[in-house]
Every structure is written in C-alpha cells, then in structure tokens.
Write a protein that binds this ligand. Sequence first.
Ligand code: GNR
Ligand code: NI
Length: 174
Amino acid sequence: MAILPILRYPDPRLHKVARPVQSVDARIRTLVTDMIATMYSADGIGLAATQVDVHERVVVIDVSETRDQPIVLINPETLWLSEEKHQGDEGCLSVPGIYERVERSAAVRVQALDADGVPRVIEAEGLLAVCIQHEMDHLMGRVFVDYLSALKRGRIKTKLLKQEKEARQAPVNA
Ligand code: GNR
Ligand code: NI
C-alpha cells in the first residue's frame, strides 16, 4: 500500500481529461488500494485518479463517519442529474484550505464498474451526490474553483502559489 502525492492547484495536470479504464486488472486494483489509503491519510471524503496524476477514470469515495465504507467508481457515467439544485461549501484535497459555495444537482444516478469490474448503478443524494459530481468533474479536468468568478479564482491561485513557495523555502518535514 502506498500513499500517493496529490497534485495541487494550479498544477496544469489537474486539467487533463482522463481516459476510460480498459480492463480492471491487477494494476487498476493496486491503484484503487493506494487511492483509498491516500484518501484516508489525507482525511478526504473522495479522491479522483487525476489528483494523483493518473489520467484514467477511477474514483474512490467514503462519506461514512466510520471511514470504513469505501466506494469505488471505475468508468463512471452519469445516468441522471436532478433538476433540483443544492448549494453547499466544497473543499478539495488539491486546493487545500479553500472552502467555497458551489451549486450542484441535489441527486444523481451514475453507472460504474466496482473494484471487481462488476457494473453497478449508484443513486445518491446529500453529501454523496455532491462528492460524486465533484470527483467526476476531476476526471474531466475540472476543479471546483473553475465554477467561481475569475476574481476569486485568481486570488486562490495567488494564495496557493505563495504557500507553495513558502513551503519550498521552509519544508515542513525536512
Ligand atoms: O475531502 C473532500 N471534501 C469535500 C467536501 C465538500 C465537497 C466535496 C469534497 S471532495 C474532497 C476530497 C477531494 O478533493 N476530492 O476530489
Ligand atoms: Ni477534489
């Protein structure tokens, strides 16, 4: 099991479009195991392969309180998005320390392969629905800050670049 490094905005690789997984083989199962470990290690409720610089359609999610109910979505496709929208604060492991209001469909239905390559249909509302939409955006190269005004996004970019620069000068774990 490996903890994978997470790309940080404004890294241009976050905007790459992921390609479908050809077969759920040993390589993909290892990726899934590592992504789940990375998500738990970073205290996130979801992680898309894009965030660990793998540009294939793989997502892991766990919105449970107990952090022991991982959901794996391979080649997820949206079947339905509710007309009803909800607004909620979102964060992202690739945009650390930033929380902003985003509008999403209140409910979703998606089709995906599970970790064994078995097709499943997942219906979700609430936080799970938000997380599924957030992760599927990553696979399309979209980060939640892309929904904000250019002004806000620019401020976030500047703040994160400054943090990165300071971290390079005074590494936390060196
Ligand atoms: O950990 C995460 N929390 C979160 C909170 C509100 C809306 C979306 C998310 S997803 C995020 C993990 C992450 O960056 N996934 O891509
Ligand atoms: Ni994210």
